[in-house]
Design a protein around this ligand. Structure first.
Ligand code: M6R
Length: 364
């Protein structure tokens, strides 16, 4: 049931503080503020490499996780689109963990990749929203998201719940590998527990984003830029917009823009910049100047500090709460989802059932 919402997608966007809290609860042991995974009978500290495989939005959650596994756990991580993975004859050595991420647990390419890894001696971990799905059944380590049924074809709450589980997994691997001590783990847990409040703060910009959508809806092309762990968010923003509003959109790593897509920039191409303040913010500011010098219109999504530094002269800005880098991707997912949603509403498309798409892609 949609309740007071116009669309399932809108309802699911607004459910995120609740379902992310629900998901995190099952991965955090309250008594000692530590990360707790479900029981399983192999030694995670012996893992030498993780191979991440997924499609679409779940793939972008995997891209964020790759940053986290490397950064926090110093664990080498690869990521592939499920539809590419098997065909490149990947090197799968003993001791490897293969990690599959899927809302439905039935995506044909992801399931085939899972079976390929199983046949090649990998330990299979699955982050999945449907507990009765094929992937859930075939996992050695089942890491459920507790997003509840997701009806809108565009994935929203499943994505942030996947990120919540992956953040907990990254912290757990970091502890197991001796890269994080108890105090650091407790600090990460404290930040994770702040996520629902920060998601609520982000959702309070709904009206403002709805107004802004009128500026974006006439565009033929939209560019999304992000760096580091925010680069996958740029890709996700572009996918969401394409999928439900049918506007052509591309996500680019901020620094790559000058190697090609800058040729597209003019007054008619809005550029959405996803950039919390931080060590690399200056670099993104110079990328914004490159856009501006060509008449490009910028929507900057950042925190107070970032907006004070670079908000002037933008077409619009959206202020996010200041958050720990580990939870930033969850928080910044909200404005990109809301922007796509409201642009689609302005355009009058079928938000919950966009053309040519199915909720679960069960063909290869
Ligand atoms: O069920 P899955 O997570 O395996 O689905 C993967 C993609 O098909 C899915 O994320 C798709 O990209 C969404 N419609 C994006 O909003």
């Amino acid at each position: 049931e949609k309740g007071n919402y116009r669309h399932f997608m809108q309802k699911e966007i607004f459910e995120q503080p609740t379902v992310v809290a629900q998901t995190l609860r099952s991965y955090i042991r309250q008594v000692d503020q530590s990360v707790a995974l479900p029981q399983f009978d192999f030694d995670l500290s012996a893992i030498t490499r993780v191979t991440i495989v997924a499609c679409g939005t779940s793939y972008y959650a995997g891209m964020v996780a790759k940053y986290w596994f490397e950064q926090f756990a110093r664990l080498p991580a690869d990521i592939d689109f499920a539809s590419e993975f098997r065909y490149r004859n990947p090197v799968l050595e003993p001791g490897g963990l293969a990690l599959f991420i899927s809302q439905s647990g039935e995506t044909a390419d992801t399931l085939a990749a899972l079976r390929h890894c199983k046949d090649n001696g990998q330990t299979i971990a699955v982050v999945v929203n449907v507990p009765t799905s094929s992937m859930a059944r075939e996992a050695d380590l089942l890491l459920p998201t507790h997003a509840g049924p997701e009806i809108g074809v565009a994935s929203t709450k499943a994505f942030t719940c996947q990120l919540a589980v992956l953040a907990a997994l990254a912290a757990h691997l970091a502890v197991k590998r001796g890269r994080m001590d108890r105090a650091e783990e407790a600090d990460v847990v404290a930040h994770l527990l702040e996520t629902p409040a920060s998601l609520n703060a982000a959702l309070r910009h709904d009206d403002e984003i709805a107004a802004m959508a009128h500026l974006i809806a006439p565009a033929r092309d939209v560019l999304y830029l992000g760096r580091g762990q925010d680069y996958p968010l740029a890709l996700e923003g572009a996918l969401k917009l394409k999928e439900i509003s049918y506007i052509h959109a591309e996500g680019y790593a901020s620094g790559e823009m000058k190697h090609g897509p800058i040729a597209l920039i003019d007054e008619a191409v809005p550029v959405i910049v996803i950039a919390p303040s931080g060590p690399l913010f200056e670099k993104t500011v110079s990328n914004m100047q490159e856009v501006r010098a060509r008449g490009g219109k910028i929507v900057l999504i950042s925190d107070r500090e970032g907006l004070d530094e670079a908000g002037e002269g933008c077409l619009a800005t959206i202020e996010m709460p200041s958050v720990h880098p580990l939870i930033a991707p969850l928080v910044y997912a909200i404005p990109v989802q809301l922007l796509a949603y409201h642009v689609a509403c302005v355009k009058g498309t079928d938000v919950d059932q966009p053309r040519n798409l199915a909720k679960s892609v069960t063909v290869e």
